[in-house]
Each structure stands twice: as C-alpha cells, then as structure tokens.
Design a protein around this ligand. Structure first.
Ligand SMILES: Cc1ncc(COP(=O)(O)O)c(C=O)c1O
Length: 329
C-alpha cells in the first residue's frame, strides 16, 4: 500500500541489502528501481544509503532490526540520517521486530513523527505478539500520509477477528514479555551451539540468528528439511551462499542446555582451522542433534548411552549421509 501511495515508475527505492525481500517486490510492482545498498558488518549502512539518494528518490527503507541479519541501528544514527534527507523523502522504518529489542538506544519513531520528521513506522503482530496467521499490523505516521495510504487500501482489508486478536495482544503485555524472554533464551542457546560448532553467527535482536555454516546453504536446507528441521537459506539474495537463518523454537526444539554433553569428533574439509579438533557439544535434544548432523555432515556425533536409552551414531559425507544408525530407546 505504501509503495502504491508513494512510488511512481522510474523512481528509485534505496534500502540495505540483504534485507526483507518484499522491498524488491514493492519497487517492481510500481516499476520503480530498487537500489540495494550493501550492509556494513551485516548492519544497515545509513551513510551509504544517504549517499544513494538522488532526485528520483521519494522513499527509503530502513529495516530495524534487519531481516535476515537481526542487527539494529541506534537512535542517534537514525537522527543523523534524517538530518541528511530532503524533507520530501519519506523514511520508512520497518520495525517488524522492534518488540524484541531492549537495553538498546532504539529509535523512538513516534517521537520522530511528532517532531515533524517525514517518517512512517511499520509494525506487525506477526512476530513478538505471535499472531502471524491473523495477518494484521499497523503503521504510525502523520495524518496526511495515513489518509493517503487509506485511499489505496481495500475496504475491510483486516478482518474483525484479527482486530480483536490484535487488541487482546496489545492488552496482554505479560505475554509479550514472555515472548521476548523466550527469544532471548533461544538466541543464547543457538549462540552457544554455534560457538561449540565453530560456526560464525551474527548477534541478533530478533527471534532468529543468521549463521554461516561454511557449506552450501541450499543443500543444508534440503537436508534439514528431510530431517524435520526448517531453516531459511539466504541464497536468494545472492550474497550469503553459506548462511542459514535459524529461528528460535521451543526450548525442546532449539536444544536444551541442561548438563548433558556430547562428544563430537569433527572432521571438517581440508583447509579448515578446525580440522581434527575434538569438541564437546552441550545437551542437544534429538531435533538439534539432527540439525548438527546436517549442518556439519562430515562429523561423527555420539550421544552417550543412558539418556532414555538412546544412541545415535551418524557419519556423514557431503549430503548423502552414510552409515547412519538412529535408534530411539
Ligand atoms: C522485516 C519485515 N517486515 C515486515 C514483515 C511483514 O510481516 P507481516 O506481513 O507478517 O505483518 C516481515 C515478515 O517476515 C519482516 O521480516
């Protein structure tokens, strides 16, 4: 709706890249040109985006936190960026994951709008509020812009059931707090597992973590899918061929750090600094164990006997796992 309201054929739409794929669709829909500005340290590079603004720019997008990297830009950086914008350029703050951010100097988009900045904040109930299927979100902007967006909005585009759910979600701050804490704990679990596996990850302020698995992410995705684990490869953006975006699941699914340990004798490919290293993995359940197996298929994994009578030995080679023995006790 925002693209239809603001963009015209031939306009330019700058935004950081990799980011949310919909921005490209928005530009295409209006026959505008996407200007994808590379991220810096996996974070929106606001200086570079400011430099990408031309007389053909009517709107720029800042995804904060960014999907798929989970990184954030702070209030001072956004204010400096806004100082560099012409008044006519609308700055879209896509704050879909804002509720997950805490203990950080996060931009106050409402304050910016009240100060007269040409800003719109986009929020959704799909993430921290957990209402993805209800298809409801909202924007905060100055009244004239909201009025213009309303002109392209289809009547009754949000159901009354979704609105009732959203109002209930807003009233239930306890649930929101629990959801944010859940993501905090899940990220910590993932960081720990990735660190143990020697995988580089991007510290995130969302409910997912971007991790570099060092092997073809599209193949790893297929292999994980076969094992009942859904992650998101980032190959489509063309810049992250070995990265997966892993979303926080329940503690059981993400892997529980409860004092068990796993021994993993790693045999990584030639040239790997970890070649031949032995490591201890902490307490993955079967779901995470399977994820490990697919993420690092050259390794041998052993779960010690005794835990519910389970023993799993998998020796993988490339993506055709060989010698797999999976016994559930
Ligand atoms: C950055 C970003 N913005 C907006 C959305 C849209 O959320 P929804 O359409 O579910 O409200 C998403 C969903 O993945 C997102 O990642």
């Amino acid at each position: 709706m925002l693209a239809e309201t603001v963009l015209e054929p031939g306009d330019e739409l700058p935004y950081g890249w990799p980011s949310f794929s919909t921005y490209e669709f928005m530009a295409n829909l209006m026959r505008a040109r996407s200007v994808q500005v590379p991220l810096k340290d996996f974070t929106f590079d606001l200086d570079a985006i400011a430099e990408a603004v031309t007389p053909k720019t009517k709107m720029v997008i800042i995804c904060n936190p960014n999907n798929p990297t989970g990184t954030v830009v702070d209030a001072a950086s956004v204010e400096r960026f806004l100082d560099r914008m012409r008044d006519e350029v609308l700055v879209v703050l896509d704050e879909a994951y804002a509720e997950y951010v805490h203990d950080f100097d996060y931009p106050d988009s409402r304050k910016l709008i009240l100060e007269g900045r040409n800003v719109i904040s986009l929020r959704t109930f799909s993430k921290a509020y957990g209402l993805a299927g209800a298809r409801i979100g909202y924007s905060v902007a100055r009244p004239a812009l909201t009025e213009a967006v309303n002109k392209v909005r289809q009547p009754f585009n949000v159901s009354s059931i979704a609105q009732a759910g959203a109002l209930a979600a807003l009233a239930d701050q306890e649930h929101l707090r629990a959801s944010v804490q859940f993501a905090d704990r899940g990220r910590a679990q993932l960081y720990e597992a990735f660190a143990v596996m020697g995988l580089a990850y991007v510290p995130s302020w969302t409910n997912f973590v971007l991790v570099d698995i060092g092997i073809d992410a599209a193949c790893a995705f297929e292999e994980l899918l076969r094992r009942g684990v859904i992650v998101r490869p980032q190959t489509a953006c063309g810049l992250l061929p070995t990265h997966l975006r892993v979303t926080v699941g329940t503690a059981r699914r993400t892997g529980r750090s409860s004092g068990h340990s796993r021994t993993c004798s790693r045999r990584r490919g030639r040239g790997s600094a970890l070649h031949g290293a032995r490591r201890t993995l902490y307490a993955p359940n079967h779901g995470l164990l399977r994820a490990y197996q697919a993420l690092d298929v050259r390794s041998e994994y052993r779960l010690p006997q005794g835990e519910a009578g389970v023993e799993v030995v998998v020796v993988g080679s490339e993506f055709g796992l060989q010698g797999e023995a999976l016994k559930h006790g």
